[in-house]
Design a protein around this ligand. Sequence first.
Ligand code: SAH
Length: 478
Amino acid sequence: MEYRKNQKVIVTIEDMGMNGEGIGRIDGYTLFVKDAVVGDVAEAVLTKVKKNYAYAKMLHILTPSKDRIEAPCDVHRQCGGCQIQAMSYRAQLAFKQRKVRNDLIRIGGIDAEQLDKIMEPIVGMPGDGLRYRNKAQYPVGRDKNGKPVAGFYAGRTHAIIPAKDCLLGPEENREIIRIVLSHMERYGVEPYDESAGTGLVRHIMIRKGFSSHQIMVCLVVTKGEIPEEKELVERLAGISGMKSIFLNVQPDPTNVILGRENILLWGSACIEDSIHMCDAEADFSHTRESLSYLISPLSFYQVNPVQTERMYSQALHYAGLHGSETVWDLYCGIGTISLFMARRAGCVMGVEIVEQAVTDARENAARNGIENASFLVGKAEEILPAYYADQTGGFSHPDVIVVDPPRKGCDEKCLETMVLMQPEKIVYVSCDPATLARDVNVLCRNGYVLKKVRAFDNFPQTVHVETVTLLCRENAES
Ligand code: SAH
């Protein structure tokens, strides 16, 4: 049968795609249906028709999936940030566990039966998986009537949907946004207009230390002053936990949210937060040890602190350190994992491409009295081979290599050198199961065996999933 645009069809959703879209079939024809949940029977209208597949929009749900719930946020469909909010949290976790498993089998070439023996259950968040983000960035613009609003970009566009409260962030954010918008309205402070390049206020960025309860507000502006600044600062400073108020100046016509210049208006230049080390074998209960980190407006810091400490504790557990090992931590950022490892290893060498992150990593090490961690600035795929080639130049054989690369995974040259270095263990922390599986495949064809896999849900309501894996050298004694 021929299908055409605007045609209405009835479809049963059988699967979910990479971006959380429902997938159904009619006469062997594949339909991608936005906002549909696996198990829904829905009436949909075709929006784009190709030879073997089509995109469709859901019109009505005829029979709702048993996994469907009332989405807690009323703008989730327009916003698009939470692709799977209409799915029960249990179903979200099952979807992510399945995704990691499927990728490791299909792309990684891991035997399914073998994988089922070594893959541990996904670690979900306690509760309903809301209000977990410690960082939010709200774009500021105007609504239809010209009033300043803050909210989210609609889908992939640059139109702002006003949202008074994002359920992924802390509740204080609501009051901060309200204060900033009412100040703008009262004194006629213009929101930034992207197309005209006019106006002042671009974004409201808010960060919160979940352990310390300290809050930082950063108003991103086109130039470094704000009318009636004293009054605004006074009102913001009245919020419980407020510790730091900044202007960040971003004059350039760009999508990059933050500019380089930060002007401290009130309070401290940093907030602090601590990450507890947990016992990965005892349901991630906190141990007595923790590490503290300083966070400035521009520093990178994991956005879900509750899951981050669990995930890093798992990585530490997989590394199985006894106190004398040499550990390399590639793609180390501000040294979050490196410092965990340093507490149990002989020495740790972190490698990171962003210079400022390395400066922060060194400062964080000093702050926690850690003297056995050093950091190198540069690309992992360049630093590693250079050190390996120069065996006299301070190179020591790594017992464990930890990697935590961005979504594109490890560079080939980096994997190649890791194999040459022959660490007993490789702990691979990944934010993309597909590239993880690709890299695991390379390592398994070069003398490593996949020993453990555990997925972590660091981004509930979204399709993203993190995974920690342990690979061991085939001929390693232990
Ligand atoms: N483990 C850290 C950071 C993980 S994010 C943490 O949890 O905080 C990945 C990091 O890899 C980023 O800090 C990014 O700047 C860095 N990076 C990206 N490409 C790199 C490369 N080729 N070599 C080294 N670091 C890289």
